[in-house]
Design a protein. Structure first.
Length: 120
């Protein structure tokens, strides 16, 4: 398949084709971030859809944090895939997850909000 027909061109038009195993591993990481995003969205929706015995304000705040984290995880999925694929194609060092720490920390904050909401 030529690089002109592959999406996104900004990735596939750069450098040389890497070993397929590395590209497939990069794709699995992308899909793991998408699964994380779906889990965050599901947590946010479930908090509002189910009768959770938590103060309404804390529950809404936690649900909002989970939804925002889902959006950030989707951004990390795409950015991470693009940055890693380009690095593979240019034989450079692989980048780390730029938003991963924020998503993990945010999940902790959302959980703390839920715990705090139980005791209010």
């Amino acid at each position: 398949m030529s690089t002109e027909t592959r999406f996104p061109r900004s990735v596939y038009a750069v450098g040389d084709e890497p070993d397929p195993r590395f590209s497939l591993a990069n794709e699995r990481t992308y899909l793991a971030w998408v699964r994380t995003a779906l889990a965050m969205f599901a947590a946010g929706v479930a908090l509002e859809a189910l009768e959770v015995p938590v103060d309404a304000g804390f529950r809404l705040a936690s649900a909002g944090v989970f939804v925002l984290l889902g959006l950030l995880a989707l951004v990390q999925a795409w950015r991470g895939w693009v940055r890693t694929e380009r690095a593979l194609r240019q034989n450079r060092s692989l980048p780390g997850p730029s938003i991963g720490v924020l998503v993990g920390s945010g999940a902790g904050v959302a959980m703390l909000l839920l715990v705090a909401g139980v005791f209010v």
